[in-house]
Ligand binder design. Structure first.
Ligand code: ADP
Length: 613
């Protein structure tokens, strides 16, 4: 007999402790996790059996729960695909993806983060390991379909596991026996287990039976896939339970979309949008989470192309009778039918989100803060849906001091305005204090403040919307003189002012394209603007990305000649004038979110200026 022990992959014991701690009050969920694995295994056997009939189950599929009050065990047995010896070691020997441990530790240090930690744990797929919340020992016996030997896997969840062969076995499938912890004896009560099955696992399509020494086996679930029922017969609680038990959520979804589509292509979708973003939303290897079923048979959790990547936070199921079960996953993935279904559900999600936005902009903004960045990817990736996406994006209006839609911006444009003005910055605070806004404020022209890195990208990429150009007020050239009230402050061109400008220019000639008197600054002394004939901002960005040394074209420094500091400048010594002129230039860069062009000189200049004030 072949027997061996193996330590867990690094971190497993540690993670397990954290999981047990933060999930303790929800430890009932161990059952739904094990039942959901059992159901997946049965579906997998059915699916693989389509192309390899030898492994199909000839009798009825079942999931049995047997309670042994004497041994203090519960055992869950399924007629699924089973696990080969190697799979036992590999799939049950690793708990989660690398990096999970440090992440979880950080989360669990802070008690306020417990809910967040829970949400995350749900997504890590620690599913099987939740058994250790109630068991001090777990024994898995499994025979893989298509083989004749069964194997044991045994572990206390802390010190690794043992695997041994147990020879030939009559039954294909997996049985998981839990030796309950002292504080978990409540799970020996069949009535309790029945309630849990009903609550968390009712939708599992395979009958789940429960039996203890005193009772006959009794079916505990209705075994009907939730999505096959008419939505009018399903309560909100049922939807929420389904969402929680299938997608590791601990709260209600923000949005649920359940439809049956009939016609050239038949399919049913039951989709959810969670309230909080998963931790791995921006990980490149993150897969989408819409499970594909063909005629109720589970095919895959992550068929590529079923939902666009800019909707990768949508979770749920898609069940269709229009695809053929007998074909490979690759064929399914590339099928034109799948593409059509994808198009159709994308449109549905967009129109449902639009409705949600209309109904409650406040709630929508909470959703937007979680997923807005991802949706914006659609603006440059999904040309076909761009106009619909732009309808549901939220942008911050400087004038209204709240989120609005781009359409609302267009509706409220000033007389004579033909561009959509925006300002990008790292934070809202930085944007709000930008000197670039001063001219717009004084003319009551709205500016969209954008703080996601992706914003500058999609807007320059899109170039315009409804014939209105997107114009960056810190990087592009523009002219406000024809907009709104006509009383643009004309530069006074006083002799003194002209002299000051020339003076500053003489000191920083090498740094700027020009120095001019500002017509728009009110409170700030300076700002940098694009020079006419300078390179397009977008082009410059690409050049910079290709060559880090590339400095970009020089800008124009606008001077507010009514500012006290500027008025004082000519009275200073030449050295101080020089230092102050450079400080003004660097300050304007910093306010645009850039680094000083010469940090060392900048700090020396600051000292010179301060000492001579
Ligand atoms: P997840 O289900 O999210 O992958 P789990 O920890 O619950 O994570 O399970 C890990 C893996 O172990 C599963 O993906 C599956 O391959 C295997 N597994 C678990 N339970 C069973 C079972 N009853 N039958 C067959 N394979 C199983």
């Amino acid at each position: 007999m072949n027997e061996y022990s193996q330590g867990f992959e690094a971190d497993t014991g540690k993670i397990l402790k954290i999981v047990i701690n933060s999930l303790y009050s929800d430890r009932d969920i161990f059952l739904r996790e094990l039942l959901s694995n059992a159901s997946d295994a049965i579906h997998k056997r059915k699916f693989l059996g389509q192309t390899n009939p030898a492994i199909l189950n000839k009798s009825d599929d079942t999931i049995e729960i047997v309670i042994d009050k004497k041994q203090k065990t519960i055992e869950i047995t399924d007629s699924g695909i089973g696990l080969a010896e190697k799979e036992l070691a590999e799939t049950l020997g690793t708990i989660a993806k690398s990096g999970t441990s440090s992440f979880l530790e950080e989360m669990s240090e802070n008690d306020n983060n417990k809910d967040a930690a829970k949400t995350l744990i749900g997504q890590f797929g620690v599913g099987f390991y939740s058994a250790f919340m109630v068991a001090e020992k777990v024994v898995v016996t499994s025979r893989k379909a298509g083989t004749s030997n069964a194997y044991f896997w045994e572990s206390d969840g802390q010190n690794g596991f043992n695997i041994s062969s147990c020879g030939q076995s009559p039954n294909v499938g997996t049985s998981i026996k839990l030796f309950l912890r002292k504080d978990a004896k409540e799970y020996l009560d069949s009535a309790k287990l029945k309630t849990l099955v009903k609550k968390y696992s009712d939708h599992i399509t395979v009958p789940i039976t429960i039996k203890d020494s005193e009772t006959e086996a009794e079916q505990a679930n209705s075994a009907q896939a939730l999505w096959t029922r008419p939505s009018s017969s399903i309560t909100d609680e049922e939807y929420t339970e389904f969402f929680k038990s299938n997608f590791g959520a601990f709260d209600e979804p923000y949005l649920k979309i359940h439809n049956k589509t009939e016609g050239a292509i038949d399919f049913t979708n039951l989709l959810f949008i969670p309230k909080t973003a998963p931790f791995d939303l921006f990980e490149p290897e993150r897969k989408t989470r819409v499970s594909l079923y063909i005629n109720r048979v589970f095919i895959s959790k992550d068929i590529e192309g079923l939902i666009p990547t800019w909707l990768r936070f949508v979770q749920g199921i898609l069940d269709t009778t229009s695809l053929d079960l007998n074909v490979s996953r690759e064929l399914v993935q590339n099928s034109p039918i799948l593409k059509k279904i994808s198009k159709s559900i994308t449109k549905k999600v967009l129109s449902e989100l639009k409705k949600k936005l209309k109904k409650s902009p406040e709630e929508y903004d909470a959703f937007w803060s979680q997923f807005g960045k991802v949706i914006k990817e659609g603006l440059y990736e999904d040309f076909e849906n761009r106009d619909k996406i732009i309808d549901i994006i939220r942008v911050f209006s400087n004038k209204q001091n709240t989120n609005i839609t781009v359409n609302e911006y267009l509706e409220n444009m000033a007389d004579g305005q033909d561009s959509i003005y925006y300002l990008t910055a790292d934070t809202l605070k930085q944007a709000l204090s930008s000197p670039h806004l001063e001219g717009f404020k004084s003319k009551d022209i709205d500016v969209l403040l954008m703080t996601d890195p992706i914003d500058a990208f999609w807007m320059s990429q899109m170039a315009q919307f409804n014939d209105k150009k997107f114009v960056s007020i810190s990087r592009d050239t523009y002219d406000l003189s024809a907009i709104g009230s006509k009383e643009t402050k004309k530069p006074k061109k006083s002799k003194a002012a002209k002299g000051t400008i020339e003076l500053i220019k003489s000191h920083i000639e090498d740094l700027v394209a020009d120095v001019v008197e500002s017509t728009s600054l009110v409170d700030s002394p300076v700002k940098l603007v694009a020079s006419e004939g300078g390179l397009d901002f977008n082009l410059e960005r690409i050049l910079k990305a290709q060559n880090p040394e590339y400095e970009g074209t020089k800008k124009i420094l606008e001077i507010n000649t009514s500012h006290e500091l500027i008025k004082k400048l000519p009275k200073k010594s030449i050295d101080v004038q020089k230092a102050l002129s450079r400080v003004l230039f660097e300050q304007a860069r910093i306010l645009d979110g850039e680094m000083p062009s010469d940090a060392q000189k900048f700090s020396q200049d600051l000292i010179t200026v301060s000492l001579n004030d």
